[in-house]
Design a protein around this ligand. Sequence first.
Ligand code: ADP
Ligand code: MG
Ligand code: MG
Length: 369
Amino acid sequence: REEYCSRIQEAIQAIGFQGEFLDYSRYGSGHINDTFLIRFKESDGHIEKYILQRMNHEIFKKPEELMKNICNVTSFLRDKIEKNSGDVKRETMNVVYTKDGSPYFRDSIGSYWRAYLFIGDAVSFDRVENVKDFYESAVSFGHFQNLLADYDAGSLYETIPDFHNTPVRFETFKTAVAADLLGRAAEVQTEIHFLLERAEEMKVCMDLLKAGELPLRVTHNDTKLNNILIDNSTGKGICVIDLDTVMPGLSIFDYGDSIRFGANTAAEDETDLSKVSLDLNLFEIYTKGFLEGCNGSLTEKEVEMLPMGAKLMTLECGMRFLTDYLQGDTYFRIHREGHNLDRCRTQLKLVEDMEQKWNEMSRITGKYR
Ligand code: ADP
Ligand code: MG
Ligand code: MG
């Protein structure tokens, strides 16, 4: 722990903060990076806050490329926001560079650190407590999509290669079934067949991308509620944060993943499958917010494919849980025997429910196009 403190001090020394260092404390409830709030006193006496993070080098192997993505995207956003006469310090993340001009600092034991301006008078929520916040997150992620609609997505690095490349995930799954390392395949034949029966669908979106029928977009890839900040006074989403997974991808996958975890009537690891279903009310609220935020920047094909985005993200996620179960639970942390299998089953149940509700889903996405 003492070791850790001195690393923080090292980072604070290296990064170009203004004023006199006061203190630091753990901040927020993120699971990926170690996040601190640090305070500085400026010469005029006012106190300035910053976010300091020790980046997760385990998950993100190339912090340099990741920070290039973040710097490029946020500086593009800053220009846009300025043109719209917005508040560039609150409506986008702002990286604080090191004294020698780098967007990150590598400490003496090899950890990577970075800092952002702190966005005050705003909160992020870990769970949906009222639907208004869910709606606000949809507007924010849609707006993010809109602001970046003319960004050259192909110029971004893939911080996690093939993250939502469903056909590649499908190949990995089939390999895991064939290898059957722990002899678990026999007991999960129903789930395996469920996925194999949908082999054609797994390819649909990536094929449309290849054919140029869906555009490559800047995607966020971690569109959780707690990755937007909600303004304390207006209750509106003001800033999309947590840009580690910003990558080239499909807009309908950002949307779809939000539906997958936000519009499920049950928890991701619920064992009573009768509780799992798609909440069409939440589905509609998110769809409305997202398309309002996008403000016409999605193509007609993208809007048409929104339900498929939701279904594919759910199918892919279920497939990843099953793959991990077959491989011996090495990727997703488990808290009980069969946890990944339980998670897989909720996702597949949700896919089934979406298939039942397909016409309703399409009617709703069509309504807000
Ligand atoms: P993780 O990848 O671990 O989720 P985040 O980048 O989301 O890390 O940061 C964790 C938490 O810190 C966020 O949920 C948010 O509450 C807070 N946070 C991050 N950046 C800022 C910022 N610039 N201003 C205010 N709060 C922030
Ligand atoms: Mg986060
Ligand atoms: Mg994150």
